[in-house]
Design a protein around this ligand. Structure first.
Ligand code: GLC
Length: 566
């Protein structure tokens, strides 16, 4: 395997894609914004669209191509916008439709595309459809949701991810029936088996496409299709619920229909949350010939870290397997964080001040040097860290709060649950963006909805902007390097020395060019043997300003990450 390094140049293979013919989203770097936490323009402590508009030049300065915005539609906020009560309007605390229009045109002016979050596995229980649906068994909207009439007896158990009892059926006395909610009881699941529901969704998507949005991220979409006879699942199925919930029934038919009706008509980029249970599932979602979605978004990478740590070999295997499964066809997303995860630097490396900056730069180099579309979650370009709440009262996330009740009620290990939350809760990744060292990190003039991480005095945009060696400027540098070198986008990936316990090393090869990428994932110096020496002059990026590894036996500092042109 090491022999590959001996080939300094190589001839392009027939299978290599030509970048000119590729869609924009393969070459894009996507920046994810959690609008509640990005920038508040009016002092209510909640980020908003005007706040985003005021920071578009900053976003542009990162070199990213597109923004994925978490939901901004009207919502009672049971799950911070993932419970939509009106899909065609803007949540007042985020602004108005005029603000949205301005934001979109200001983004487009700067060459930044916008990807909206479509939350249509479920709506809010305060959506007009659900109000109608629940009002009587004969209501024309009854069939927009899944109901189980109580005279049939208790419905077959379904697991709910957010319910405090873990039960996805909620009894509603008004019509003596249960409705289904895979998430919280305020998030009833829409009935995708009803063609009217599907048309409603396509109309909503068209509404936003007409406004000029460039793509959609489909929330929880792998769950939408259901067997509405609701067969009994085996006892304990909830331990492996994805097998029973994901990619069921007619899901692919619905995606093809959506593609025909909306995605292809408006030339939209699309990515569903999740990629099923197998490579086959993932391929079936994004195989170009099938006309469904643009790219897969698999969770295996973010499922790796545990409070007790993780094994680097496992990490390498997961990313290598996904790469090889998509080596010839299809396209994947590369990410280590999003709004459902804690901060990547804590999860995959460390927030120890001695290593934090190097570690954050290393993880960004990793994301931006793999094949697939990289997603950067806001604040990760600075190396923002977990806030690490100690008490349940500090949490805002429904998943954390209801999970706590569930553990408490079932006599579970509360201390272990709290330790898990401190490490992995979604609120860790939702604290306000750290803009500068003024009070509340310049995020708001009011009281932020979730506390600002006290380390904002050290970690903030203003400070890092001025420092050529900051995590932020390293991120910008790495984005530029990717843009200027198609080998980093399209190049074939080859893992080197899989067994190395500290170093994740790989090459990327494309059209006669080969890059060598090395990341030391440990807090110790690491040694890496090459078959041939590399010279310092070949170095393209380095997260240490004062030390360049070179030669045949490379010595890498803790969390050092380097790329050479071979
Ligand atoms: C997805 C979202 C998550 C949300 C859930 C319910 O997993 O990413 O934030 O809570 O769906 O909509």
């Amino acid at each position: 395997m090491l022999g590959v390094l001996g080939l300094i140049s190589c001839s392009p293979s027939k299978k290599e894609p030509t970048e000119q013919k590729q869609p924009w989203w393969k070459q894009a770097v996507i920046y994810q914004i959690y609008p509640r936490s990005f920038k508040d323009s009016d002092g209510d402590g909640i980020g908003d669209l005007k706040g985003i508009i005021s920071e578009l030049d900053y976003i542009k300065s990162l070199g990213v191509d597109a923004v994925w915005l978490n939901p901004i539609y009207t919502s009672p906020n049971a799950d911070n916008g993932y419970d939509v009560s009106n899909y065609r309007d803007i949540q007042p605390e985020f602004g108005t439709m005029a603000d949205f229009d301005l934001m979109l045109s200001e983004m487009h002016k700067r060459g930044i595309r916008l990807i909206m979050d479509m939350v249509v596995n479920h709506s809010s229980d305060e959506h007009e459809w659900f109000k109608q649906s629940r009002s009587s068994r004969n209501n024309p909207y009854r069939n927009y949701y899944h109901w189980w009439n109580a005279e049939k007896g208790a419905p077959p158990y379904r697991y709910s991810l957010f319910d405090e009892k873990g039960d996805a059926w909620q009894y509603d006395s008004l019509t003596n029936a249960y409705y289904l909610h895979y998430f919280a009881d305020k998030q009833p699941d829409l009935n995708w088996e009803n063609p009217k529901v599907r048309q409603e969704v396509y109309d909503i998507m068209k509404f936003w496409a007409e406004k000029g949005v460039d793509g959609f991220r489909l929330d929880a979409f792998q769950f939408v299709a259901k067997d509405t006879t609701f067969p009994k699942f085996p006892d304990g199925f909830e331990k492996d619920f994805m097998k029973y919930y994901a990619m069921q029934g007619n899901l692919h038919e619905y995606l093809k229909e959506m593609n025909r009706e909306v995605l292809s008509k408006y030339n939209l980029m699309s990515v569903a949350e999740g990629a099923g249970n197998s490579f086959e599932d993932a391929h079936n979602l994004v195989d170009e010939d099938r006309q469904e979605l643009s790219m897969a978004y698999a969770f295996d990478g973010v499922d790796i870290p545990k409070r007790t740590g993780y094994n680097l070999l496992h990490f390498k295997d997961v990313f290598s397997r996904w790469d090889s499964a998509f080596a010839q066809k299809g396209w994947i997303s590369i990410f280590l964080a999003n709004h459902d995860q804690a901060r990547m630097v804590n999860r995959y490396a460390t927030d120890d001040p001695a290593f934090r900056e190097a570690a954050a730069k290393m993880l960004n180099t990793f994301i931006l040097s793999m094949r697939g579309t990289p997603y950067c979650y806001y604040g990760d370009e600075l190396g923002m860290t977990n806030i690490g709440f100690e008490k349940i009262e500090q949490y805002r996330d429904i998943a954390a709060i209801n999970g706590y009740k569930k553990v408490l009620n079932s006599g579970g290990d509360v201390a272990a649950y709290m330790a898990d939350l401190k490490f992995g809760s979604r609120d860790n990744g939702r604290t306000p963006m750290q803009w500068n060292s003024s009070p509340q990190a310049g995020f708001t003039t009011g009281t932020p909805w979730l506390p600002v991480n006290p380390n904002y005095v050290e970690i903030n945009v203003a400070k890092q902007d001025k420092d050529p060696h900051s995590v932020l400027n390293h991120f910008r540098h790495m984005v530029r390097l990717r843009k200027e070198n198609p080998v980093l986008i399209y190049g074939a990936y080859q893992l080197l020395q899989r067994e190395h316990p500290q170093v994740y090393a790989y090459t990327r090869t494309y059209q006669g060019e080969r890059f060598l990428v090395l990341h030391n994932f440990s807090n110790q110096q690491a040694q890496f043997e090459l078959p041939q020496p590399v010279a310092a002059q070949r170095l393209l990026i380095n997260n240490y300003a004062d030390y360049v590894p070179e030669g045949k036996t490379l010595l890498l500092k803790p969390y050092q990450s380097v790329i050479y042109r071979l």
